[in-house]
Ligand binder design. Structure first.
Ligand code: FE2
Length: 240
């Protein structure tokens, strides 16, 4: 697959716990390109008390990465977009109130992250609140939240509320342990997942390996669903 859209990754330098320096950013773009990625939406964390880098700083780093990517003159174009991974907290609520959201691409989706401290009722509440504000939440790495592990029905309820589900390639490939991998399998079997993305942070441990994910998904769940997860759905979410 050589037209993958990776819409969850931390490849901008100096803004969160992702790429630490500009050279690492460039290496991540290169690794993404080699794994078939042609569209990237950078999603630096926004989380109260942990990652509060302002949008303006992020925008500056994004422009620099765009310039460097262009200068690298890849044989095929790499389209770059900028959004954020919004943690479900008070900072997100403030941004929604001020309508100061950086959506995923040109559409009205936002990447919404929870922690294991969020009870299910809070997850439902945040999904409804985001929807009421006019955005569709794409739930970041839904396989990580223990409160959903009891049954895929709990994830289906989030979809019924209006959310979409994103999964990390590393979880599908078993890098995050057997439990997460088997949960991913259950959700994928029921086609409850809309997007698979890298959530890449660095070139050593949390690396972009969407080519491996594409091969795995094609083998286990068929070419059509694999294409939908890695190409069609993410592009549609970006409004392309
Ligand atoms: Fe992330």
């Amino acid at each position: 697959m050589n037209n993958i859209a990776d819409i969850h990754c931390h490849i901008l330098p100096y803004v969160d716990d992702g790429a630490s320096v500009a050279a690492e950013s460039e290496a991540l773009v290169e690794a993404g390109y080699a794994s078939g990625v042609r569209t990237i939406c950078c999603t630096p964390h926004l989380r109260r008390g942990m990652f509060e880098t302002p949008d303006e700083t992020i925008q500056e780093q994004f422009e620099k990465l765009k310039e460097r990517t262009l200068a690298a003159a890849y044989p095929e174009e790499i389209k770059l977009f900028l959004s954020r991974e919004y943690h479900a907290d008070r900072l997100l609520l403030q941004r929604l109130e001020k309508d100061a959201i950086l959506p995923l691409g040109l559409g009205k989706y936002l990447l919404l992250e929870f922690s294991n401290a969020h009870p299910l009722a809070d997850i439902h509440w945040f999904i409804k609140t985001v929807l009421d504000a006019g955005y569709t939440p794409l739930i970041a790495h839904a396989e990580r939240y223990r409160v959903l592990w009891d049954s895929p029905d709990l994830t289906e309820e989030l979809i019924d509320l209006g959310a979409k589900i994103q999964m990390n390639s590393s979880s599908i490939l078993g890098r995050e342990g057997r439990h997460q991998a088997s949960y991913c399998k259950k959700l994928l079997k029921r086609q409850l997942v809309s997007v698979v993305a890298s959530d890449a942070h660095d070139t050593e441990i949390r690396v972009p390996e969407l080519d491996l994910a594409a091969a795995h998904l094609t083998r286990k769940f068929g070419e059509d669903y694999a294409e939908a997860l890695l190409v069609q759905n993410p592009l549609e979410i970006l409004g392309l």
